[in-house]
Design a protein around this ligand. Structure first.
Ligand SMILES: [Zn+2]
Ligand SMILES: [Zn+2]
Length: 340
C-alpha cells in the first residue's frame, strides 16, 4: 500500500493499494460525506480492465497512471474501460484514457438517459426550473436549485460500447458479468465475478451513505421501485467482497442493504404521513419530511442538496403511485393524494 500526495483537502490525495491478487484500487479523496471516489483495476495474466476512471473536484494527479504503474500494467495492456454509470465523479477522464489505451469504453445501454440529462443540464434551457415549478417549488427557488445543479456534458469525444444486462467482460481467464442495477441512474451496472464472489457496486450500494435516487424530467418511471428490486438482485448474488464507488470495500452486503431498505421504508412512511389529510405538491411533501439523518428541514439545505432532496421526494411519491397507494393529479400543476 502506498500513499501519494498529502492530506490537505485542497490538494490531490490518492491512495493506491492491492486489495487482493488481480484487484487494485486508486482511492481519490472526495468531498464529505463520501470521503473517496474509487477507480479499480482488474488484472489477470496480461489482461487489464479499468472500472470507473474516478474524479474529484480538487484532484490533479494522474491517479489512473499511478494505479497502472503500481500494478505493473502498461497502458496498451488495458483491454476495456468499464463505467458503472456516467456521473462525472466516475466517468471523467475516460475519453483521455481511451485515447491513451485504445480500449473500448463500456457502459449499459440505458446510460443514454443519463448522458441526455447531462446534455440538457449543460444548456440553460429553463426546462428543469419549469418542471420544479410544476411540482410546487417557488419560482425563484426553482431557478436557484436548477442553477446549482448545472452540469457539463461529460466526455463528448468518447467512443462508447453499449452493453446489456448479463454482458461478459473477460479479464484474462476470469469473467465479470454486467448486472444492470437501475435506480441511481437508469443504466447503472454492477460487475460480478462469481468464482471469487466479488461485486463492484458503483453507486448502487455505498457502505456509509444512501445512494441518491431521484425523479428527473424525461427519465424512466419509478426509479425507486427499480432500485429496490435491483438491491434484492445483488443481495441474491451473495458476494463476499464488495467494491463501492465511494468509501471502503466491505464484506457484509446484507447488512448494508438492510440499512438501505430501512432508510427507504422510513421515508416512504414519512411521505405517507404528509398525505394523511388532503393533497400536497411534491415541494410541500419534501418540506414536510426530515432530511440528513432526520436532523434538517428542507429550508436548512443549500440549493444543491435541496434539489437532491426534492428529486428523492418525487422518487418516493412515484414509488407509492406505482404501488397504487397514492394518486397524482394535474400536469402543469401536480398534486398528490392518497388513493381512496
Ligand atoms: Zn453517481
Ligand atoms: Zn458517485
Amino acid at each position: 500500500m502506498s500513499t501519494h500526495g498529502n492530506s490537505s483537502p485542497n490538494q490531490a490525495r490518492v491512495l493506491v493499494e492491492t486489495l487482493r491478487p488481480g484487484i487494485d484500487r486508486a482511492a481519490v479523496a472526495y468531498p464529505k460525506p463520501l470521503v473517496t471516489v474509487n477507480c479499480y483495476l482488474l488484472t489477470n495474466g496480461n489482461a487489464a480492465v479499468v472500472v470507473d476512471t474516478a474524479a474529484a473536484p480538487w484532484e490533479t494527479k494522474d491517479h489512473v497512471g499511478v494505479l497502472l504503474a503500481h500494478a505493473g500494467v502498461r497502458p496498451q495492456e488495458v483491454t476495456a474501460i468499464v463505467l458503472t454509470h456516467c456521473h462525472r465523479d466516475h466517468a471523467d477522464g475516460a475519453a483521455a484514457l481511451q485515447q491513451l489505451t485504445g480500449a473500448p469504453v463500456v457502459m449499459h445501454r440505458a446510460e443514454r438517459f443519463t448522458l441526455a440529462e447531462a446534455d440538457e443540464r449543460s444548456r440553460d434551457s429553463g426546462a428543469l426550473g419549469a418542471w420544479m415549478v410544476s411540482h410546487g417549488v417557488p419560482y425563484d427557488m426553482a431557478e436557484d436549485m436548477a442553477a446549482a445543479f448545472r452540469w457539463t456534458a461529460p466526455e463528448a469525444g468518447i467512443k462508447r460500447t453499449l452493453v446489456e444486462d448479463g454482458h461478459e467482460i473477460q479479464v484474462g481467464s476470469s469473467r465479470w458479468l454486467a448486472v444492470h442495477t437501475p435506480g441511481h441512474t437508469p443504466g447503472h451496472m454492477c460487475l460480478y465475478e462469481p468464482v471469487g464472489g466479488v461485486l463492484v457496486t458503483g453507486d448502487h450500494v455505498l457502505p456509509n451513505e444512501s445512494s441518491n435516487i431521484s425523479v428527473r424530467p424525461d427519465q424512466p418511471y419509478d426509479p425507486l421501485g427499480a432500485y429496490l428490486r435491483a438491491l434484492e438482485r445483488v443481495l441474491a448474488l451473495q458476494p463476499v467482497l464488495c467494491l463501492p464507488g465511494h468509501g471502503e470495500p466491505f464484506a457484509d452486503l446484507s447488512e448494508v442493504v438492510g440499512h438501505q431498505f430501512q432508510h427507504h421504508a422510513a421515508r416512504l412512511d414519512d411521505v405517507r404521513a404528509t398525505l394523511s389529510n388532503g393533497s400536497r405538491t411534491g415541494f410541500e411533501v419534501a418540506a414536510g419530511i426530515p432530511w440528513v439523518q432526520r436532523s434538517k428541514r428542507l429550508a436548512d439545505l443549500d440549493d444543491r442538496h435541496r434539489f437532491l432532496a426534492f428529486g428523492e421526494t418525487l422518487a418516493h411519491l412515484e414509488c407509492l403511485e406505482a404501488r397504487g397507494e397514492i394518486i397524482r393529479q394535474g400536469t402543469d400543476s401536480v398534486v398528490w393524494r392518497r388513493a381512496a
